[in-house]
Design a binder for this molecule. Structure first.
Ligand code: SAH
Length: 344
């Protein structure tokens, strides 16, 4: 069966036309899909025989809530969704002053191998479909009753390693008859799959490209991000510069502060050079400790000294607030726990 939730309204329209249906039928169906229905039977303004005919051609799959955790501290909500094939992915809804942000997964598992991240421990299981990513946003909104205004592709998975599906998902998210969200309110985070930077730049989307740098030099970066070995920091910086030149958009660097690994003054000075080379904004993230990992967050003292060096050098820097720390709300930890309990 065909996954209709991964189709753009125009594509549904073309297919319906070739089936000899009047144009308004496609509009009606797209309208119902955008509202979150999970079967053609709910489409009350379609004739009964058409409902059952479409139900034989197309599937409408919505994920089930396997777990839902709500932070008592800050209202952050974490979902573990069950997908059609029995896999599970996690999504987080965070409440910021500027609006509710949903952090979505883009792959089931991940093959990038970052040493501090829980998402990659079991490797890549499979790519996620555009419909599955869209459902993370839509179903989070419907279940929580919270209007979603911002989307970040910062959950499990490497978005640029699932490029075509991610781009299609973004078209759906942005489409006025699907989710109608401005891509200005979207951030795509990558560990640096630079082979895709030029493709992405050519699309000239309004989203923010966030680059998980985490270390300004190859020695440190390869230690914590093995994918760096193949490409290297210099090549990554060149790709960032090209992206900015082509799109006129600054990239931002994500930098998780890891005790004794990437948080010395030497690292800070090197990071200043990198940020200036590229004109990047730096977003410091206090490391979330992952059970399986030996890495620990930097001390407050080191964090402060690090920030000072960046600020004194005129680098634009922010420190990410920790949300949902009481509910494993980061970096694949809920899915990881679920998979572990399933292994038993
Ligand atoms: N694969 C993409 C997007 C998913 S990870 C990427 O690498 O950017 C989203 C962000 O969370 C990345 O910056 C990632 O490096 C960071 N991250 C992963 N594990 C973390 C941890 N334990 N503490 C803090 N940040 C972490």
């Amino acid at each position: 069966m065909k996954d209709i939730l991964s189709m753009l309204p125009e594509e549904i329209s073309v297919e319906f036309q070739s089936m000899g249906l009047p144009a308004f039928r496609a509009k009606q169906v797209s309208h119902w899909l955008a509202r979150g229905v999970d079967s053609f039977d709910e489409m009350k303004n379609l004739p009964l025989d058409l409902r059952s005919h479409l139900g034989e051609i197309y599937s409408i799959y919505r994920p089930t809530v396997l777990r839902k955790q709500v932070s008592e501290k800050d209202g952050t909500i974490k979902y573990l969704w069950g997908l059609a094939d029995g896999n599970a992915v996690e999504t987080v809804v965070m409440k910021y002053r500027y609006g509710n942000t949903v952090c979505i997964s883009t792959q089931v598992g991940c093959r990038q191998g970052c040493a501090f991240c829980a998402s990659t421990i079991g490797g890549l299981v499979r790519q996620m479909e555009p419909s599955e990513m869209l459902n993370e946003v839509l179903c989070s909104q419907l279940d929580s009753g919270e209007k979603i205004s911002h989307v970040v592709l910062m959950g499990t998975g490497e978005p640029l390693d699932n490029y075509d599906n991610v781009i299609r998902f973004l078209s759906l998210l942005n489409h006025p008859d699907v989710f109608n969200l401005s891509l200005r309110h979207v951030s795509l985070s990558t560990c640096g799959v630079i082979e895709r930077f030029d493709d992405l730049a050519a699309l000239n989307l309004q989203l923010t490209l966030a680059v998980s740098l985490h270390a300004p030099d190859d020695e440190t970066r390869t230690k914590i991000m093995p994918a760096n070995q193949r490409r290297g920091v210099d090549a990554l910086m060149q790709a960032c510069r090209r992206y900015t030149e082509a799109t006129g958009r600054r990239v931002s660097f994500e930098y998780a502060m890891i005790d004794g690994v990437n948080d010395t003054k030497t690292h800070a000075h090197l990071l200043v050079q990198r940020a200036k080379e590229v004109g990047a904004h730096v977003n410091l993230i206090p490391l979330n400790h992952v059970e399986e990992s030996r890495y620990k967050p930097s001390t407050q003292g080191h964090l402060k000294a690090f920030i000072e060096i960046l600020e004194e050098s005129g680098v634009n820097v922010t420190v990410r607030r920790r949300l949902g720390s009481d509910i494993d709300a980061s970096c694949g930890q809920l899915r990881r726990k679920f998979e572990k309990s399933r292994e038993k």
